[in-house]
Design a protein around this ligand. Sequence first.
Ligand SMILES: Cc1cc2nc3c(=O)[nH]c(=O)nc-3n(C[C@H](O)[C@H](O)[C@H](O)COP(=O)(O)OP(=O)(O)OC[C@H]3O[C@@H](n4cnc5c(N)ncnc54)[C@H](O)[C@@H]3O)c2cc1C
Length: 441
Amino acid sequence: MNSSQLISDGKNTIRDFPYWWEAAPRPMLEERALPTNIDVAIIGAGYSGLNAALVLARNGIKVAVFEAGQIGCGASTLNGGMVGPSFHKLGVAGLKHKFGSDRANAILKESLGFVDYLEGFLAEEKIEADFARVGRFRGALKPSHFDSMAAELDMLKQTIGVKGEMVHQKDQVLETGSRLFCGGIVYHDDAGLHPGKYHDGLVQRVREAGVKIFPETRVVDFIKAGAGFVLTTNRGGVRQEVKADQVAVCTNGYTGRTTPALRRRVLPLRSAMIATEQLPSELISRLMPKLRLYGDSRRLVAYYRPSPDGTRILFGGRASGLKDNPKVNARELKQSLVQVYPELKTVGMSHVWSGLVAYTFDHAPHLGQFDGAYYAMGYCGSGVARSSYFGRKLGFKMLGSPEGATSFDDLDFVTHPLYFGDPWFMPWVLGWHRIADRLGW
Ligand SMILES: Cc1cc2nc3c(=O)[nH]c(=O)nc-3n(C[C@H](O)[C@H](O)[C@H](O)COP(=O)(O)OP(=O)(O)OC[C@H]3O[C@@H](n4cnc5c(N)ncnc54)[C@H](O)[C@@H]3O)c2cc1C
């Protein structure tokens, strides 16, 4: 994602460019000679890689971060900036079924702390990223969805004391100007932030700690050599070898052929977003009265929120295909937006953009070691807090510190026997879910 073309929907011109990059343009780091020897090589300069790098560098380790594109070209500056514990994917019962009661409770409890962790980190590091505890409203599309949300909330309250409340249909006008829902749920502790500003702050802290970040430098291969690794990098067509004692793979949705074993374990999916043009403040206050984060109970995730300055609505969802197709994404997301808020039918869009997220076969994120290399990935589309936290944990693991321990340790990172990293079938799977959503199944 590095273009900034204007595309047209027949009426408006829309920038094919992340809205976030207006306030947080991608930093231009000066070209530097690549090192020949380094203590730790990190692949990927998103939240995972940079958080790991920070821990390592502050503990005296010489770290180089290699980034295939420009700094922050991955999901970490493209996301919706919606920060939550992200334990919804399997639900309490699903987690207990999959991992057993004790492990499930530990995972839920640790996940609940992710937002607090990130808030504390931003404050400690003095990173100004428009972090605000606005809470999240999730609308129920059917009465049965409302009932399952209520049951899930009860379980979460009992198990880990989550702060949330059900909002009945008669009261939902206090939460949303949409009439699409039959009530919903509010999670009070969820927060919004500006992903680009957070990433910029992180880059700054990491560089201050002495980490060298190399943009436009793809790691095309790495092999074990003695006690360490030899990486082959490609910068502008020039290949160079770099020796490292340890390697961390932090490539999430962009995990590619360099790490075939990890590529087999994540399903990349494209998530896309649009920003509306500036809207009158009274319209935003009517549609999003408490300026929260929003989502709903459809199968194919849709997420929306006001921009941090409260002047636009940002709306996101799964893209139909795996390739970036801004025209199609803009058209489909606008349709979904209008489904939720019909009165936005005639408003224009200012930006459209997309990026890749990584799903896993067990719906859980993973971190650990594989063939000697460390990795953290598989955040299943909810990775702002998770990748920050996992990155930090990974850094401590690489130091051999007990602070690296987490309840996510040693979860079996499974693949499917016939899956080798090419998710050609996903558009069909998504198409099926799209039809099911339309038919209300
Ligand atoms: C449109 C969109 C909306 C989202 N919204 C939300 C949200 O609201 N809330 C939420 O919690 N999560 C959201 N997410 C998910 C979240 O952004 C990610 O989970 C998180 O940013 C992952 O961070 P990461 O550092 O692991 O990966 P990334 O930020 O994706 O970074 C991985 C990097 O690795 C680099 N790379 C890959 N291969 C190589 C190689 N061989 N050599 C060198 N570099 C390489 C890539 O270029 C990339 O920059 C969203 C994602 C997208 C795309």
